[in-house]
Design a protein around this ligand. Sequence first.
Ligand code: ADP
Ligand code: ZN
Length: 595
Amino acid sequence: MPQLNTPLKILNHTYGYSCFQGQQETIINHVLRGGSGLVLLPTGGGKSLCYQIPALLLDGVAIVVSPLIALMQDQVASLTELGVAAVYLSSACEFSDNQTSIQKIRNGLVKLVYVTPEKLVSEWFLSFLSRIKISLFAIDEAHCVSHWGHDFRPEYRRLEILAKFFPKTPRLALTATADYYTKTDILHYLRLKDAPLFSSSFNRANLYYAALEKNNGKKQLTDFIQQHKNDAGIIYCNSRKKVDDVTTFLNAQGIAAINYHAGLDNVTRSEHQTQFLQSSSMLMVATVAFGLGIDKPDVRYVYHFDMPRSIDHFYQESGRAGRDGMAANSVVNYGFKEIFELSQMILTSEVEDLKKRYELDKLKKMIAYCDSITCRRQTLLMALSEESESCGHCDVCLSQNNLVDSSVLAQKILSAIYRMQQKFAIGQVIDVLRGKATTPVQVWEQHKLSTFGIASEHSEKELRRSIRQLYSQNLLDIDFMTGALKLNANSLAVMRGIQQVWLKKNPHKIIESIQLNQWLKTEQEERIYHNLLNWRHTMAIRHKVSHHAILSDRSLREIVNLKPSDELDLQSVYGIGNVKLERFGADLLNLITKL
Ligand code: ADP
Ligand code: ZN
């Protein structure tokens, strides 16, 4: 066995990967030289290696702060499968387990210790740390320090004492949330203002983005699931009730799905989470309570049954698909109803006005994403302050001819709103446009307006969709407290014919999302793959870890394609390092050559 004394050797032999990605090597070398810093990389960008490899090369033990036990357990399980000595400490562990781990740390038998922030800043633990050699501090999910973000954890702020207590020890903060305010908070609270920032594009090239207007949401969902039968997926809903409802519906259709939300007791929640982590084709229907702790690289799609409440939530949640770098889908199902509900929720919440404005802006960006008439990836990245070219393979890029010049229709809608003195909600505006003299229309004498019936050739649905798109394109405003449609400066440009308006014709048609599993080319490959899945499942149960801690989907795929015939071949497979080769090599070769 070669001496594992350089980052590259560790990458090759411990992790079984051939080369570094993006800035990994720069960051690792920076930490090895004793530097601190902030790492902003998208989900799946390979942040863990940035502190794990220095931890293996430096003297002493690395302390990794992580917000959730589930995350720590998973990381420690994966490291153990790689033959790396790692433990986690938490107040949720048995006292005796923590004692055993502490003893191991004292005896220098451990390279990485995962702890919760509460544990880390406890007086007892700080005093323990002052007596051992610490190689570095890694603060994972560092955005938890910021109250702007969606995972605010006040105890993260107490980590500011690390700089004071351990001024010479490198501190590496890591997150996938790049928002300007969040970033500023991290630099401030973790005392990293003078440290370098390592960031890369937030583009998730392997994600295929699509959004579809809600039009019988459950049917749209089952159609999608049918197209992706063997894939593990997360289905997000905005309420517990909806989660239960969708789960029951799917089960009644014979689809294996489990639920997860804060209303379930701890034991059930944790059972469901484990079930999902250990399966490669299970569906999880959940509220956003299911999120931060989920380190499952082979989630093949994230389907938002309801529209997320902000573009940042969306980026984080959709980002849970395809962490292994292989193709994965993100679908958002959206409609006017959610836009109203979410806007009202923000407006009536008990937060300061500044935060309300911040949240409304993030929601508006989400709506603009859903109704986007230009590349969806580009719209998403723009919301994250990143410029990019159109991608060519999101649903918008693939259906360019779906746009219609709707300038005249827009003028009709806006004039109706104007004539109705900007005081009425969408239902009544549509009635006037279609020439329906309902009682309220007559009471307000709107059947006498010149705009009465000027868009009677359009269905109610079409008008509703058009008004929504005008709102998402910032061509009209809505007062969400009263529901009244209003004009803004852009509306005037449209009414005067200075600005042209393009609207989408058919946004609820079934999208052509990426079909996975098409890479199996022959029956023999299907058999090998099937056997590999069974073998991995048995191993995961035997080792009491998740599937991907045994071997990732990508590794299985490479094995099927390569059909390795000896250990040398096997060693070249993605994710097979020395320890895995030793543990599983013979089994795998046997399994492939048998067929
Ligand atoms: P993040 O924490 O940034 O979301 P991870 O550290 O979990 O990402 O890495 C995502 C996946 O990519 C993991 O399965 C990881 O082992 C793998 N990975 C990381 N670095 C490399 C690399 N240099 N080559 C190949 N795979 C890598
Ligand atoms: Zn695109």
